[in-house]
Design a protein around this ligand. Structure first.
Ligand SMILES: Cc1cc2nc3c(=O)[nH]c(=O)nc-3n(C[C@H](O)[C@H](O)[C@H](O)COP(=O)(O)OP(=O)(O)OC[C@H]3O[C@@H](n4cnc5c(N)ncnc54)[C@H](O)[C@@H]3O)c2cc1C
Length: 497
């Protein structure tokens, strides 16, 4: 039986996978490629999440693709608009014709002798196992489990008479009209859900163990709207994109250098939007520094408005147990509820749970070091689209995909069939891939690749620096080894922790 071969296989048809398809078509038009998608539709995150109010928590001028202007009025956009933007990109460019749905990639093995990956796919529609081969594997599989959100082991859940739902599994039959709702959590999902549910619920309580940093931004960007009226769409988009990139970088750098100042400014912003006498310190002043965890954005202060109107409230306490009627808290207080929403986070998952192997040896991702935040030490011809944690995801994914195209073109020109990042410097130490203190990161980060202490192994989470490295830096930088396909496999050095 002959196995189908493609030059490039992209795993995942979310925001990143569709972007990757565009870059390949534009910059490597002669390469054959396909996108393998486990689900039956395009969109990933933006199709999966269906809870009320679902929206971006960064602006669409930077979450949108570099090559396709975001033209909607709202900068902080709702989930369905983002989904339609991704789907429209796929159909306008004919990328949708390259997608194979119901194709879950479970394993990929690199053969140095053949200079190709053999990819094992489970078909969800026919239950068959299919093999494909490719010269380059581009992972756009996101960073979390699709089948199950994270819920801590709460005591007494079986006693609760109402309904418990995780936002990742929200469906149309979750009834909250006129109900007393408790949302457990304080992250981006909780602060999105609370004002949205408060529009129709009897009351919504956000129950948090500890506060997060919450910043209000205008849902519509007046500068963007004015520029769009005066300038061609692409130029206006590019100016607003850079404005937002620079503002985000500035706020991140200031948070790192002057945390006390930013803490004060954020606190003042919150205080101004809440009624006099509101206990801002108890409910909106985190114990950690700004940007030690992801900052939450709320459009037009909608969360604070719901609290000020008495439709929502915040309780900062610990759950002792679920009861028949709601929750009993460590302070002894009881919260009655008809519906409890566990906005307690995601289960992180690297490479969509896929196993990779090189020449018969299974690779533990934690044994690898990320190269320029997009390839892995000792793993040939594979890149991953993994976005920023302190800025919009797509900024990095666009750079990664454009770099992969440069790499592929460079290899064609020189007759190379294999490229592999190799660390030959024993003095480089390693650290976790993401340096957030959030519990969802700490829970799973040991399953992810590590980063090194110096370039090209260090992740700076800095768009301007990445432009220099990925768009203008030399492809042949000493760390990336190229071969025509007849060399011995690269040895993978175990990493020092
Ligand atoms: C609720 C929510 C809001 C967010 N808001 C923002 C925001 O405002 N700004 C921001 O920068 N980031 C945000 N993020 C992060 C967000 O996930 C990314 O911005 C972006 O959507 C990720 O796109 P992606 O294509 O890389 O991954 P995903 O959207 O996760 O798509 C991955 C795709 O790969 C498929 N896949 C996975 N494993 C396999 C496999 N083994 N085989 C085949 N297919 C597979 C999945 O089915 C999915 O379709 C948000 C995340 C969530 C959950």
């Amino acid at each position: 039986m002959s196995i189908e071969h493609l030059d490039v296989l992209i795993v995942g048809a979310g925001l990143s996978g569709i972007g990757a398809g565009h870059h390949l078509q534009a910059n490597c038009p002669e390469r054959t490629y396909a996108i393998l998608e486990a689900r039956d539709c395009i969109g990933g995150t933006w199709d999966l999440f269906r809870y009320p109010g679902i929206r971006s928590d960064s602006d669409m001028y930077t979450l949108g693709y570099v090559f396709r202007p975001w033209t909607e009025a709202k900068a902080i956009a709702d989930g369905p608009s983002i989904l339609s933007y991704v789907r429209q990109t796929a159909s306008d460019d004919g990328i949708d014709r390259k997608i194979r749905f119901h194709h879950r990639v479970v394993r990929a093995e690199w053969s140095t002798a053949d200079s190709r990956w053999t990819v094992e796919v489970e078909r969800g529609d026919t239950q068959e196992t299919v093999l494909l081969t490719c010269g380059f594997l581009l992972m756009c599989s996101g960073y979390y489990r699709y089948d199950e959100g994270y819920t801590p082991d709460f005591e007494g859940t079986e006693r609760f008479a109402g309904r418990i739902v995780h936002p990742q599994h929200w469906s149309d039959d979750v009834d909250y009209e006129g109900r007393r709702v408790v949302v457990i959590g304080s992250g981006a999902t909780a602060v999105t859900l609370v004002p949205a549910l408060a529009q129709r619920a009897a009351h919504v309580t956000m129950l948090q163990r500890s506060p997060s940093y919450i910043v209000s931004l205008p849902a519509e960007d007046p500068i963007a709207i004015a520029l769009r009226r005066a300038l061609p769409a692409k130029l206006a988009y590019s100016i607003v994109r850079w404005k937002n990139v620079l503002l985000t970088m500035l706020s991140f750098q200031l948070s790192r250098r002057r945390p006390a100042l930013i803490k004060r400014l954020v606190r003042r912003g919150v205080q101004r939007r809440l009624p006099p006498g509101y206990d801002v310190d108890a409910h909106f002043t985190p114990s950690y520094g700004p940007w030690d965890q992801r900052l939450c954005l709320v459009p037009d202060g909608d969360l604070f408005e719901a609290i000020s109107a008495g439709r929502a409230s915040v309780v900062t306490d610990r759950i002792e147990t679920f009861t028949e009627r709601g929750l009993r808290l460590a302070s002894g207080a009881e919260l009655e509820a008809d519906l409890i929403v566990t906005a307690t986070g995601l289960n992180l998952l690297a490479f969509g749970g896929m196993q990779i192997a090189v020449d018969g040896r299974d690779i533990e991702l934690s044994e690898t070091m990320s190269y320029k935040g997009m390839m892995l030490s000792g793993v040939p011809n594979l890149a991953m689209a993994f976005g920023y944690t302190n800025a919009s995801w797509t900024l990095k994914c666009d750079l990664t995909c454009a770099y992969v195209c440069r790499l592929l073109n460079h290899m064609s020109e020189r007759g190379y069939r294999e490229c592999v990042p190799v660390n030959g410097d024993a003095s480089i130490s390693t650290q976790p891939f993401i340096d957030f203190s959030s519990s969802y990161v700490l829970r799973s980060i040991d399953q992810f690749p590590r980063q090194g202490s110096r370039p090209p192994w260090r992740l700076y989470q800095n768009y301007a620096l990445d432009i220099l490295t990925l768009r203008f830096g030399a492809v042949e930088d000493g760390a990336m080894r190229f071969s025509t396909g007849i060399s011995a496999p690269a040895e993978i050095e175990p990493l020092a922790a």
